[in-house]
Design a protein around this ligand. Structure first.
Ligand SMILES: NC(=O)c1ccc[n+]([C@@H]2O[C@H](COP(=O)([O-])OP(=O)(O)OC[C@H]3O[C@@H](n4cnc5c(N)ncnc54)[C@H](OP(=O)(O)O)[C@@H]3O)[C@@H](O)[C@H]2O)c1
Length: 198
């Protein structure tokens, strides 16, 4: 299975490290093009190439690690998101003070799902810092809990398999409407928790 990553910052690279360690093929992209990624690709170990956003979106599963404010640009860049399986680790915060965006009581992931029309969205990997996400998920003879949620059962099953393979303990928080509000930073109760499943 090929995983496309959009965004090569802290979270994109931390996710890349884990899926590469688990043997997945990865194509990583950013806003500045493949040439700007040569150093990052050199530092990541495994089956990884730099590419364009379009090439990343052609993968089997897409990890969308861009800041909330840049989401509309990425959404516009791809003409057809229908049936794409997208993992959303985005926290809806707005610079300069990184307060929560105006969401009218909705989960940010519901808005992401609307922006990427026809997508199969799974919210996951948003509750850890890049340091914790790239660390070994095994601790105290258990596995670090990683929350995920979404409305499409088949996409959730595929993301759960990725979570299992990289060694975390996946915990399903439900639909996007319910689960993404629990996972949402900074308003939900789950971000920042470092739980171990024994
Ligand atoms: N950092 C955390 O502690 C943390 C924790 C959980 C979740 N998150 C969430 O994860 C996401 C990524 O966070 P981060 O800390 O990794 O951000 P970051 O370090 O600022 O990196 C953002 C990446 O997004 C890329 N990007 C921006 N606009 C783009 C576009 N139009 N097309 C393609 N790539 C684009 C940037 O490209 P360039 O490199 O070319 O500028 C950069 O590689 C955010 O939504 C954040 O809320 C962050």
């Amino acid at each position: 299975m090929k995983i496309g990553i959009i965004g090569s910052g802290g979270i994109g690279q931390a996710f890349a490290k884990q899926v590469l360690k688990a043997g997945y093929e990865v194509i990583i992209s950013n806003s500045r093009g493949a040439d700007s990624l040569s150093e990052i690709v050199k530092q990541l170990h495994g089956n990884v190439k730099a590419g364009s956003v379009e090439e990343a979106v052609a993968a089997d599963v897409i990890f969308l690690a861009v800041p909330w404010i840049h989401l509309p640009n990425v959404a516009k860049q791809i003409s057809n998101w229908t049936n794409k399986i997208v993992i959303d680790p985005i926290n809806p915060v707005v610079p300069p003070d990184y307060k929560i965006a105006e969401l009218s009581g909705r989960a940010s992931s519901e808005i992401v799902q609307e922006m990427l029309a026809g997508v199969k969205l799974v919210k996951a990997f948003n509750t850890f810092t890049p340091q914790l996400l790239s660390a070994s998920p095994e601790e105290a003879n258990g596995k670090r809990v990683l929350f995920y949620c979404g409305d499409d059962a088949s996409a959730k099953a595929i993301v759960k398999t990725i979570i299992d393979k990289i060694g975390f303990a996946g915990v399903d928080t439900g639909t996007l409407k319910e689960g993404a509000l629990l996972q949402q930073y900074p308003s939900g109760p789950l971000p920042g928790l470092n739980l171990i499943k024994l």
